[in-house]
Design a binder for this molecule. Structure first.
Ligand SMILES: NC(=O)c1ccc[n+]([C@@H]2O[C@H](COP(=O)([O-])OP(=O)(O)OC[C@H]3O[C@@H](n4cnc5c(N)ncnc54)[C@H](O)[C@@H]3O)[C@@H](O)[C@H]2O)c1
Length: 262
């Protein structure tokens, strides 16, 4: 069977990990046909797959595009990807906290019917959250994000933080706007659960921790859930190592006939 053709937007921490993993054949049935990133000129990859623009990436005829770049890139290209009937794997999930973008993309997707994937990223417990939300049995969902200060702010600012500090306590919608590079898990949780306005999020800068810690608490008729995931950071302190593997998981599930819980 022919390999599916993957295009990547963004060649930073996640883009490079995905490129390595797919090139090493950690998963079969996929090849990378093009990579577009605004810093692609400085990257040491084969000319054959380097794309200097999004349009050049489209010319490589991918049937799946992974966005691993930024909220701006997601907003600029999501619609163009879907209109071309290309399946879309989205990492900059905070984009969907923008109501008009959310409505535009999901109504377009209903018409076009190709797939949008939101990988689990650096969060766990989404299986139970999604199941409980289907039966409207989910009432409260809270996420506590605890990260080393340097993951959340500039080097100079982060050095001033001597003990844990709550940076924001609000809804997922507001947190995604204030911390778009750090709170994609809040957006994923909101989409799987009770939405951006009801999901509560606390963002804490804590100089005592070295990991990106995500703690979810949820309550409803189903019972009570509490999950804590202590993520090791990737080469980008804002991004956890698990994120790249969650994209591989999405690709794996795409081909699998044995569908496990999530
Ligand atoms: N869903 C999740 O759980 C999750 C977890 C971690 C990171 N993320 C998100 O995934 C994205 C990538 O993360 P990363 O750690 O690889 O970031 P990174 O900063 O290491 O790399 C981003 C890359 O994208 C490129 N880029 C940025 N904007 C672009 C644009 N408009 N057009 C073309 N190229 C562009 C940059 O030059 C860079 O090469 C970020 O938006 C991040 O917030 C999501």
């Amino acid at each position: 069977m022919k390999n599916e053709r993957i295009g990547i937007i963004g060649f930073g921490s996640i883009g490079q990990e995905i490129y390595k993993k797919i090139s090493k054949k950690i998963i079969n049935g996929y090849s990378i046909v093009g990579i577009f990133s605004d810093d692609i000129d400085s990257k040491n990859i084969s000319k054959k797959i380097k794309c200097k623009s999004f349009e050049e990436l489209l010319k490589k005829k991918p049937n799946i595009i992974i966005e691993a770049a930024s909220v701006k890139a997601c907003k600029d290209y999501a619609e163009k990807i879907l209109i071309k009937r290309i399946d879309f794997i989205c990492l900059s999930v905070c984009s969907f906290a923008d109501k008009s973008f959310f409505i535009k993309i999901f109504s377009l997707n209903k018409k076009i019917k190709n797939k949008i994937y939101i990988p689990t990223g650096a969060i766990s417990g989404l299986d139970a959250i999604s199941a409980a939300s289907l039966s409207k049995e989910l009432r409260n969902v809270k996420l506590i994000q605890r990260k080393p200060p340097k993951a959340l702010m500039s080097d100079i600012e982060s050095k001033k933080i001597k003990k844990e500090k709550i940076l924001l306590k609000s809804t997922a919608r507001r947190v995604c706007k204030e911390f778009p590079k750090n709170s994609n898990i809040a957006a994923t949780l909101a989409i799987c659960g009770i939405g951006f306005d009801k999901t509560k999020v606390i963002v804490i800068a804590d100089p005592k921790v070295k990991k990106n810690i995500a703690e979810i608490e949820a309550l409803g008729k189903f019972g009570k859930l509490r999950v804590i995931l202590e993520n090791n950071p990737s080469s980008n302190p804002k991004t956890s190592r698990l994120t790249a593997m969650s994209i591989i998981l999405s690709l794996n599930k795409r081909k699998s006939s044995f569908l496990s819980a999530f």
